[in-house]
Design a protein around this ligand. Sequence first.
Ligand code: FAD
Length: 516
Amino acid sequence: MTTNPSLSIITLMTLLMCLTPTLIKSEESIDVLLPISLNLTVLTDPFSISAASRDFGNITDVNPGAVLCPSTPAEVAHFSYDSESTTSSPGFKVAARGQGHSLRGQASAPGGVVVNMTCLAKTAKPAAVVVLADGTYADVAAGAMWVEVLEAALARGVSPVTFTDYLYLSVGGTLSNAGIGGQVFRHGPQISNVHELDVITGKGDMVTCSPKLNPELFYGVLGGLGQFGIITRARIALEHAPTRAKWIRILYSDFSAFTRDQERLISMANDLRVDFLEGQLMMSNGIVDTSFFPLSDQTRVVSLVNDHRIIYVLEVAKYYDTTTLPIIEQVIDRLTRTLGITSEFMFVQDVPYFDFLNRVRNEEDKLRSIGLWEVPHPWLNMFVPRSRILDFHEGVIKGLLLNQTATSGVTLFYPTNRKKWNNLMSAMIPNEDVFYVIGFLQSAGGSHNFEELENLNDRIINFCDNSGIKIKEYLMHYTRKEDWIKHFGPKWNDFSRRKMMFDPEKLLSPGQDIFS
Ligand code: FAD
């Protein structure tokens, strides 16, 4: 293991004296107790505490004792357990927080220390994102957001290959989950596109890891829900960047045709292969967002939804640049002929590559402007095995969702390939070659009552359990240990063993509620 000897600067005794939750009262008391040479920025003012106690989910409210705004990785390491010590652990918990876009307090540390990873990104030298001269990878401070990685890479004509739908998430935050979106079927999740990580374990060791160097930590941390260490740097794979995207939405009234075409598209390997594939549902009991479609077609789209009750929207993108421009129209033409799509149900936008990847930002602006961004978000995300997708559709989409008086938010629905995931990593997916990503991205507020939405989520999970549909939840939050054991299934033993190896005092990411 590559460890940094300077990490023993702070002894466990100092930690016990300075940082037990009861002693973290004000900046003044921290300054008095911490060795001056450390010069740590530890915030305990009400504003900092309140900001760190909430997240995007707007469901939980968990106060930390303090917020650390580190300027070097070594400062983060001071807050970990000193493994050389013979005395017991300091007792307070530590959670890294990227953008706090968790849903149910996963980045919280009750009474402990929340480490604001954006501080580290701001002070990273020479920059938060450093693109290698040949453009093959970028070294990124884990607190940087994906939008910053993209901007820095595009300035050099390159780009990461796989993205979340929303780019204002931290690199460390998505790598702790998986980082999925419409490129996953082709390139795998973000955790499959990392070459190397710097991690500070729960024992205070600063470790560089990769598939060859300390692989146990590397694979554990990817999708590891922050349990084994705090990622401070990630080496992200890059490729040549296109400049524009043909962004296409195709409407289906028939579920079988919709999924057949989705599955066909993710299995293509020739020049017809698309670069991005997702899908979503438009339902007559929900708000039908027609903003993608030309003004002249919007009424027709609404009528289609009302007539059929559900319209399935297949969403693909094909990237291009000046070299591929002459053939792009032909490729799209061949693609639609292959699928047998008629032009009246197909809509195309031609947009800059960056704008395509940053498309959810517009939705955020719209929701913020009408006060519907900072509301409770009881989102339910899951992976459903392909073999049961028809049963899922009948039971959940038609049986439960369509029978609601009104649905809220967006429902994502698209298949992806298992072969692009590495089973050594901590992230869990169904045990089938193809599985579907389903996201019920519901918002409470307006006419939607939080309890009703939670109740719907429970009924969805119960339906799957009772019908034997072996889903895996994503971005989940369980409070019972048996649910975690069930979630990790055959990986639970490895997951617990890695916890003992890298964070034996169980200090890290307590908000996930796995080992507390
Ligand atoms: P935080 O909420 O700050 O942290 C999440 C977890 O990771 C916590 O347990 C935290 O302790 C841990 N953590 C954070 N940083 C580090 C670090 N450096 N080292 C170790 N552990 C760390 N996800 C997708 O996969 N695909 C999507 O398309 C997608 N779209 C989204 C859209 C929106 C609008 C939102 C709000 C979320 C979306 N997500 C998506 C979910 C998102 O990926 C996760 O919530 C992710 O954790 C958010 O990153 P964050 O920086 O806000 O993490």
